[in-house]
Design a protein around this ligand. Structure first.
Ligand code: GLA
Length: 597
């Protein structure tokens, strides 16, 4: 049993006794009881009650033979990412004193000389509540950091009690790394706090290919776990009930989703919910045991998956093998999303999704990396959106390229430092050297506009939303703008530095165009192409002491044939495989390779 602490859902009597534990919105509205997750994480009564019930639970169940894992709280950061009450204001002031040291340092970091916002005492500083015009961006950014850190304080308090009273039992809390599902938590920081990274993933029906988002989320989760095995703590057997329209999964889709998570590093597959509820808010959410009972497709597919997954036991402890890395930073995302940017249409999440999708379609497995992480393990590193970059990041990128790496940086990156301040000199301040260029001016496009680029062979690429006046300072122009505000100027550049290369893409390339540029960068990085694999047939490798395993997931409606080097054994059927593998429409095969390649 993975035993949960109930601290995301305090009871009514608790709130009657401590009404201040209900959080307050940025507009000053106090949330009411009647749902769950209504928590002010700074509230002393809440904190005291959370540690008290965790202590009692640990005392009662620590020695229980069924206890395998502790599960603290639920999905920190959702549904309330930050509370703006007076208690949080006081806590924020203490946090600011710890981060900046003095009120002068806060003034400096936040640029409060602008619009007369100077503080002379910490007491004058409030959360970034509703203001008549744009609220100080650095204040807002620090508040997001504070809210995230405050939730982590509460996680640590529960975790430490469990470690003390229940030694040897790992402690987790379920993440929601899908970028569309939670934007208030910096999972790089959280990944370091848990004994086992666990994640919840639900398919989002927004017209895009759901299996691509699933793969991206699983890759991000594995990366937050530092590449170590992780666990899918929740997904759904079929429909969810929190979108406007909630499609049922098609036959075989649940198993394919499940095994896609396992391919990308999960050590198992768990579901919300066991028995479909008949009351409350989630009665139309699918379950392992649906309202229809055991004579149902969902039940049969769940049972079949349970039987199949036993065959994957040898994979335990093996790791997913990735080809390339993508740099992602939650704090940069937070910063770029604030008001007063050159264009609301340039969306970091959209860029991350699109770069991921282009790499997925090239059949490359992606690791994610923090901007300051050691990038040397990957021959190619892409940076789809990094508006905010520290000095360390600039140095890190430069070192990576100098030592032979291929880096692809997308537009409007390296623009501000960690205080949302523009560094001295022309943009992109901290990435100028590595990219070998400067940007004279941003030139966003209107929704009806697009631009054309021309490249080395006279080929034409399309882009929209964004362009820049790029001035090469060492970089070569590979594609230039044919039209638009920067017509005739560089659009995509390549800078040779040390023994590596840094590419810069100064516009928002459409899908096909992005593929063209990434293909060129991949060739440059010596990454072998997997063009022979059909679209939407996913091949992922896990490798470790017990061997090398290939997952082949066929997301198409037709049978797929995939070449397999050497010979292999199918883990589900025991069948001997030689030369190629046939995967039925919508099916999955997992094979153990004999020559370990
Ligand atoms: C989240 C929660 C679950 C349930 C599901 C529904 O992941 O953790 O309790 O509400 O969503 O999809």
């Amino acid at each position: 049993a993975d035993l949960g602490t109930p601290t995301v859902a305090p009871p009514a009597w608790f709130y009657r006794a401590h009404p201040d534990a209900l959080p307050v919105s940025r507009e000053g509205v106090r949330y009411a009881f009647g749902s769950r997750g209504a928590i002010c994480h700074s509230n002393p009564a809440y904190r005291e009650a959370a540690t008290r019930i965790t202590t009692e639970l640990a005392r009662r169940y620590a020695a229980h033979p069924a206890l395998a894992l502790w599960h603290v709280h639920n999905e920190y950061g959702s549904p309330v990412g930050a509370c703006y009450c007076d208690g949080c204001a006081a806590h924020f002031r203490r946090w600011l004193a710890g981060r900046h040291g003095s009120v002068e340092a806060v003034n400096d970091a936040w640029g409060t000389a602008f619009w007369g916002q100077r503080y002379t005492d910490f007491e004058q500083i409030d959360p970034p509540r509703l203001t008549p015009g744009a609220c100080n961006p650095a204040q807002q950014l620090d508040y997001r950091r504070f809210a995230d850190a405050t939730m982590r304080e509460n996680f640590r308090a529960e975790r430490d009690i469990l470690h003390r009273l229940s030694p040897g039992i790992p402690v987790t809390t379920n993440f929601m790394t899908a970028l569309s599902q939670c934007d208030s938590v910096d999972y790089w920081a959280w990944g370091r706090e848990v004994d086992l990274v666990t994640n919840d993933h639900y398919l989002i029906t927004d017209g895009r290919r759901t299996h691509v988002n699933l793969a991206m989320t699983a890759d991000l989760t594995r990366s937050v776990a530092g590449g170590a095995p992780w666990l899918l703590l929740e997904h759904s057997t079929s429909a969810v009930n929190w979108q406007s329209r909630n499609p049922a999964k098609r036959p075989g889709e649940m198993a394919r989703n499940s095994l896609a998570h396992v391919a990308r590093g999960s050590e198992g597959v768990m579901f919300f919910q066991w028995r479909q509820s008949r009351r409350g808010s989630e009665k139309f959410h699918s379950a392992m045991l649906p309202h229809a009972g055991v004579d149902s497709r969902v039940w049969r597919e769940v049972v079949a998956l349970g039987a199949d997954i036993r065959a994957l036991a040898p994979l335990r402890g093996t790791r997913t093998v990735a080809d390339v890395a993508m740099v992602w930073d939650w704090q940069s995302w937070w910063a770029q999303g604030l008001e007063g940017r050159p264009s609301v249409d340039l969306d970091p999440r959209e860029r991350a999704d699109s770069f991921y999708e282009a790499l997925y379609d090239r059949h490359l497995t992606v690791d994610f990396a923090h901007p300051e992480a050691d990038l040397s393990p990957w021959p190619l590193v892409v940076v789809p959106a990094l508006y905010l970059a520290s000095e360390k990041t600039g140095d890190n990128f430069r070192r990576y390229v100098e030592q032979g790496g291929t880096l692809v940086v997308s537009c409007f990156s390296g623009v501000v430092d960690e205080h949302d301040a523009v560094p001295d000199g022309a943009p992109p301040g901290l990435l100028r050297d590595v990219l070998g260029l400067s940007v004279e001016e941003w030139a966003p496009l209107m929704p009806s506009e697009s631009v054309e680029l021309t490249g080395p062979t006279g080929d034409r690429l399309r882009a929209d939303v964004w362009s820049e006046f790029v001035v090469p300072r060492g970089a070569d122009t590979v594609w230039s703008y044919v039209d638009g505000p920067a017509a005739g100027g560089p659009a995509v550049t390549r800078h040779r530095l040390g023994s590596g290369t840094a590419w810069y893409v100064s516009t928002r390339l459409a899908a096909g165009a992005l593929d063209t540029v990434l293909r060129a960068a991949c060739e440059h990085a010596g990454l072998c192409s997997r063009d022979e694999l059909p679209r939407d047939v996913e091949v992922v490798k896990r490798s470790g002491d017990s061997g090398t395993y290939l997952f082949v997931l066929n997301h198409t409606d037709g049978q797929a044939r995939v070449l397999v080097p050497g010979t292999a054994t199918d883990l589900f059927s025991g069948e001997h495989v030689s030369g190629h593998l046939t995967v039925p429409a919508g099916g999955v095969r997992v094979v153990r390779q004999h020559d370990g390649r």
